[in-house]
Design a binder for this molecule. Structure first.
Ligand SMILES: [Zn+2]
Length: 252
């Protein structure tokens, strides 16, 4: 979800992509999350929208087309996200910049080698700035606004097509039932933050299984070329914000 989509920059050579809005000392807001509905992973997609065709003209690639076997379930096409609203009305396919697609493809291959029973499942990829604006408008003036990058400040890595929200799922069905990741994918709270995992593991708030699953996801994504965000276990950036600004165009 969204913390990840805040402006980020790399911290030295760390695999972690630092986030400049959520800090260790910043109070986190615990938000009730409704359980994610089982994804209908083989659902018929509507014809490509004007927005999707524009993204393709810009050179963005369709994740499902490029990576056979991967699952896609865009969380903002449904209302069971942190805003409680459908935010993606014209976006039903996950797109990424080719530079971000290649390492995602590698990550899926690495995972399949280590765990043939598992697959990656993408919950968000390219997010046009116009959608970022809708998202910002939804949280503006509420306690949730610390989780959303204000488009006025340049948006986040999703707005360049070089970030992905991803989890593990069962390879044969695409569902995530029984794969404990500790929290829902867009859970707004400390328990979702990799930087506190050891602490939560010790206190028993995070199960050993969830700890190991997150570790596996991170390992395959990092080996493939992505950077970890210390505030969201599901979000991975290809590059820092400063590099993205120099190298890539914001998707309008
Ligand atoms: Zn994200």
């Amino acid at each position: 979800m969204i913390i990840a989509c805040l402006p980020c920059s790399t911290r030295g050579n760390s695999i972690y992509a630092a986030c400049d809005k959520v800090t260790d000392s910043e109070p986190m807001v615990e938000v009730e999350q409704s359980p994610k509905k089982a994804a209908s992973t083989n659902k018929q997609l509507p014809p490509k929208s004007k927005l999707e065709l524009t993204l393709e003209k810009m050179g963005m690639l369709d994740v499902k087309k490029e990576i056979p076997g991967i699952y896609v379930d865009l969380m903002y096409t449904r209302a069971d996200n942190f805003t409680g609203k459908v935010l993606y009305r014209n976006l039903n396919r996950a797109y990424l910049h080719p530079d971000a697609m290649a390492p995602l493809k590698r990550a899926q291959a690495i995972l399949k080698k280590r765990r043939p029973d598992l697959s990656l499942k993408v919950y968000d990829a390219v997010r046009p700035m116009s959608v970022q604006q809708i998202m910002w408008n939804t949280v503006a003036g509420t306690s949730k606004n610390i989780y959303v990058s204000n488009p006025k400040n340049g948006g986040g890595m999703h707005n360049y097509g070089v970030a992905v929200d991803v989890t593990l799922c069962h390879a044969t069905t695409g569902d995530t039932i029984g794969i404990d990741m500790g929290t829902q994918i867009d859970y707004l709270g400390k328990l979702a933050q990799p930087r506190y995992e050891t602490e939560f593991l010790k206190s028993g708030k995070l199960s050993k299984e969830a700890y190991e699953n997150r570790k596996l996801l991170r390992e395959v994504m990092v080996e493939a070329g992505y950077k970890v965000l210390p505030s969201e276990w599901w979000h991975f950036n290809l590059v820092s914000r400063s590099v993205a600004k120099q190298k890539y165009k914001v998707i309008p």
